[in-house]
Design a protein around this ligand. Structure first.
Ligand SMILES: [Zn+2]
Length: 492
């Protein structure tokens, strides 16, 4: 048990946050006693014998100076990621069975302490709905600074998410430094024309980000897209493609220049890339992409055709599954799981290994077919139906997003097919990823406006186990919590 003393700074801005406005909504909140001004100083006690947040993390989440008193450990029987918070006057007692439980309780406490006034006694018992709660950022199409990546890792933690899916490779840019293949980043990070599309993440940057995410309770799921969306990599190393020449870099979309599946040296290069990625990112899951891979080049490539024949495959679509199974098996040998976009379940072919996870995205193209197909294969599913979970789809038309590619807060919350699927209690459904692609030049200054307020609805679906609110109730709750988020640097 650890004991902290937190003097709370006075808040000049009038804010209205109370136990009813906590977001995401806790499983249970009870309040007793008179409503009083929020305490100006709080002592925090962390109960339990799990790895606890450092003084710095408690201070950073609470946003106040901290003095600390050690107490003896005390085993907790709460479930993973769950917590109990008792706030009585100026005394907060937090019980959790793991690190994330403490982090989530501290976020709840921080929201409560921003109130003008709160009940004298508040008890929060909380536990997540979904085991997988993620935010995805596309740093392939737009390069991001380390600080911008950290900002959205912090946002994910504040919304009680536990994963940050980091899309790192695209036609417009290869971002992760790979020591064995240095041109991937030094050339592939600079293939696009745009000012905001230049650069890469050094291995030191990535370690710093992994470490930062871990402190906020977030596991990073890095994505290396194989075999498509790989023009930047093939520009750096044309010999990894079928044609052996530098491809055209697409301004939008993707081309048929994809990694050659018939060339053993390409496979070995991909294994090498995954080896370095696994060394950098210690989490359980590595995302292997697998989406939008046109087969024209493979159909015309002698080595790819020879591979199809040698492996007894029906066609180039089965070749993609063959390649995917090879990559997933490589990750399995390292104790990792492989996430694929749903494209890999729309064709028959070699069966994906048991460490594969399917990410449902193409609701517009295939409805919920991917969920059914993954279920028939016995593979777990992460839910990101694009019309409702792709936050780059704006609320009103913008650039390449016409009317039929827009959605609003009510769509995200009340009509989200991810919620419908999870409500069916399919044990293979792991949870939800809210995604932000940065195509059409979605720059840093636009991100908050795209994400908020709809990210609140998605976080609510990921976390809260109870009935849905009405739209008015959700809007009221968002209004109540907005000032807190804006003070944390999220402005929309
Ligand atoms: Zn080929």
């Amino acid at each position: 048990m650890q004991h902290y003393l937190l003097p709370i700074l006075s808040v000049a801005m009038a804010v209205v946050v109370n136990a009813q406005n906590l977001l995401p909504t806790p499983l249970s909140v009870s309040t007793q006693g008179a409503v009083l001004p929020a305490p100006g100083q709080v002592s925090v006690t962390l109960k339990g014998d799990a790895n606890a947040p450092s003084d710095e993390m408690v201070r950073e989440i609470a946003g106040v100076p901290l003095s600390r008193i050690f107490c003896s450990p005390h085993p907790s029987h709460l479930k993973p990621e769950s917590y109990r918070l008792d706030l009585t006057g100026d005394n907060a007692v937090i019980e959790a069975a793991d690190y994330r439980g403490y982090i989530y309780a501290l976020h709840t406490l921080a929201q409560l302490l921003q109130s003008d006034s709160i009940a004298a006694n508040i008890t929060v018992s909380d536990s997540p709905r979904c085991g997988w709660r993620a935010f995805m950022l596309d740093s392939g199409r737009q390069m991001h600074s380390v600080d911008v990546v950290k900002k959205y890792i912090r946002m994910a933690s504040m919304l009680k998410m536990n994963r940050f899916h980091w899309h790192l490779t695209e036609g417009l840019g290869w971002r992760p430094e790979i020591k064995a293949l240095p041109l991937l980043s030094s050339v592939g990070g600079y293939v696009a024309d745009g000012e905001g599309q230049q650069g890469y993440f050094s291995q030191s940057d990535m370690r710093e980000i992994v470490d930062y995410a871990g402190r906020w309770g977030i596991e990073i799921v890095p994505e290396i897209d194989i075999p498509g969306h790989s023009e930047a990599a093939l520009y750096a190393y044309p010999e990894l493609g079928c044609r052996g020449v530098r491809p055209e870099i697409p301004r939008t979309g993707f081309t048929s220049d994809i990694f050659c599946a018939g060339n053993d040296s390409t496979l070995n290069a991909l294994f090498t890339i995954l080896d370095e990625i696994c060394a950098l990112f210690p989490g359980e899951y590595i995302h292997l992409g697998g989406d939008e891979a046109p087969k024209e080049n493979w159909n015309n490539c002698p080595r790819c055709r020879a591979r199809v024949e040698h492996e007894g495959l029906a066609d180039s679509h089965e070749l993609q599954l063959w390649l995917s199974t090879r990559m997933a098996a490589h990750l399995a040998s390292k104790g990792r799981k492989a996430v694929f976009w749903e494209d890999v379940v729309h064709n028959t072919g070699p069966r994906l290994p048991d460490n594969a996870v399917i990410q449902w995205w193409n609701y517009r193209g295939h409805g919920n077919d991917a969920v059914h197909k993954a279920k028939s294969l016995g593979l777990p599913v992460v839910l990101s139906p694009n019309y409702y979970c792709y936050l780059n789809f704006p609320e009103t038309p913008w650039r390449g997003y016409e009317n039929d590619r827009t959605f609003d807060l009510a769509d995200a919350y009340l009509r989200n097919p991810a919620h419908t699927e999870i409500s069916r209690d399919n044990p293979l459904l792991m949870g939800i990823t809210a995604a932000l692609w940065t195509d059409y030049g979605l720059t840093d200054d636009m991100i908050d406006n795209r994400i908020f307020p709809r990210i609140f609805a998605l976080a609510e679906l990921m976390w809260h186990q109870g009935e849905l609110m009405t739209l008015n109730q959700l809007t009221h709750k968002i209004t109540g919590i907005s000032a807190y988020f804006s003070r944390q640097g999220f402005v929309w």
